[in-house]
Design a protein around this ligand. Structure first.
Ligand code: SAM
Length: 429
């Protein structure tokens, strides 16, 4: 509209024109807006879309680690030092509360009834289910109350307790349940073994050996009840970490036949083969009694029976197979340098040119401060449980062991599970 010979601008247009000079506004084209929206969606998608299950994307994982680290550092300086000393001194009681809540199946009960329960209601259900001696009501109420301060439970209205995002992982039916991991590592056995560490300090023997006068493996052979707790606990941890390890080592897809050496019950191999649906053959190798248990375990799994099982001893001899990829997951860390080199030399004896060996374990000094803190806790757990000479190694130490045994071109793939994958090839022509 023309008024007095001048174009009339409405109020909105006038404001906009003040903020964005006319020459800039006139340069913005529709395709600029669409391109920006497109780029924004791609970036957002890349950051937020998680590959398998609940795995965060790499950028989000890195961002989370940084934020987590900053909060931890900030918390360190904000919390008075005497409070930190006092809470660390009794930290094992937090672990005890976690254990007791899990052992009494409180998370399973809350998950099943789908509503918050009072401590009286929980006591009744716990007693009914256990069929054992009734538990003390006042003690249960105090433990539940404490657990609500540790984020294990939350106190809903009218003094009733409910699950938290943390305790969802204590429910047996959760796809990534850590129930058996807690029963193993926070259990009574574990406490006894950890207590023995003050003697280990003088003897240089594991907490396990100090307690039982023998190392973990011979004890597992003689104690089927502890064997089951141990296998289930390790199975939880393996299932939890498998998606990240599989997603962060895309070359798995080019394996035709994978041998998992010391693969335990075969749960990790089963996850890999399930992910690559029928495309890869699998062989699980372990000690004879473990292979007997693995048979039963894999029978209950879809396609589990398709995994070949071979019993033997990797410190003596490995079988000749048609495998082109060989996994050693959580193996070398349990052996001294001499024995680890012996296992790798035995492996070298059965691999062919172009085959791959994948050492999958927790490697020191590769992650953020928070990751390294968890690794230190794991190192202490190993001092308590694993053979006396077991230890976590650095990347250089693992490369050195591989090279000594004839494997070269080592390179490391980090994963979003705290684990690293070291890939190497035999020097065979
Ligand atoms: C820490 S577990 C790791 C299991 C599996 N790789 C995983 O990551 O879940 C160590 C495995 O090595 C096996 N193992 C120990 N000594 C062995 C030997 N001499 N020969 C074959 N397997 C052995 C154990 O039975 C056990 O299953």
């Amino acid at each position: 509209m023309i008024a007095n010979g001048k174009p009339k601008v409405n109020v909105e247009g006038g404001k906009l024109a003040k903020k964005f000079p006319k020459n800039i506004l006139s340069k913005i084209k529709t395709w600029h807006i669409f391109l920006s929206l497109g780029l924004f969606s791609v970036v957002l998608g890349y950051i937020s879309v998680a590959p398998p299950t609940d795995l965060p994307s790499w950028p989000l994982y890195r961002l989370n680690s940084k934020v987590w680290q900053s909060f931890e550092n900030w918390g360190k300086h904000v919390k008075p030092y005497h409070i930190r000393v006092m809470t660390t001194a009794v930290q094992h009681l937090e672990s005890r509360a976690l254990y007791m809540i899990t052992y009494l199946n409180v998370p399973d009960i809350l998950h099943r009834v789908e509503k918050p329960l009072s401590c009286e209601e929980l006591k009744e259900l716990v007693d009914q289910e256990s069929g054992l001696e009734p538990i003390s009501l006042p003690f249960l109420c105090r433990i539940l109350h404490a657990a609500s301060h540790f984020d294990i439970l939350q106190e809903a209205h009218e003094h009733k307790y409910d699950l938290t995002p943390l305790s969802q992982y204590l429910v047996a039916s959760h796809p990534r349940s850590l129930k058996h991991y807690v029963l193993l590592y926070a259990g009574d056995e574990s406490l006894v073994i950890s207590t023995a560490l003050s003697r280990s300090l003088y003897s240089g023997l594991s907490g396990f050996k100090e307690t039982y006068r023998k190392e973990l493996l011979p004890q597992l052979k003689e104690d089927p009840v502890f064997r089951e707790i141990y296998d289930r606990g390790l199975g939880d941890s393996s299932r939890l970490h498998a998606p990240a390890i599989i997603a962060d080592y895309p070359p798995f897809s080019s394996c035709k036949h994978i041998c998992d050496i010391g693969g335990g019950m075969g749960s990790f191999l089963h996850e890999v083969l399930t992910y690559y649906a029928h495309g890869i053959e699998g062989t699980n190798f372990d000690l004879p009694d473990v292979i007997t248990n693995a048979k039963g375990f894999l029978k209950g799994k879809a396609d589990g029976a398709k995994i070949n099982l071979i019993a033997g001893n990797f410190t003596k001899q490995l079988p000749k197979t048609s495998c082109d990829c060989f996994i050693l997951k959580d193996i070398l860390q349990n052996w001294s340098d001499e024995d680890a080199a012996l296992i790798l030399s035995n492996l070298y004896g059965v691999v062919n040119k172009g085959n791959r060996v994948l050492v999958i374990e927790t490697i020191l000094h590769t992650g953020s401060f928070s990751e390294e803190r968890l690794k230190s806790l794991m190192d202490l757990t190993m001092m308590a449980f694993n053979p006396s000479h077991s230890r976590l190694r650095t990347e250089e130490e693992i490369y050195f062991l591989l090279e000594q045994s004839g494997f070269v071109e080592a390179q490391t793939y980090p994963t979003r599970a705290g684990y690293s994958i070291v890939e190497a090839f035999p020097t065979k022509s």
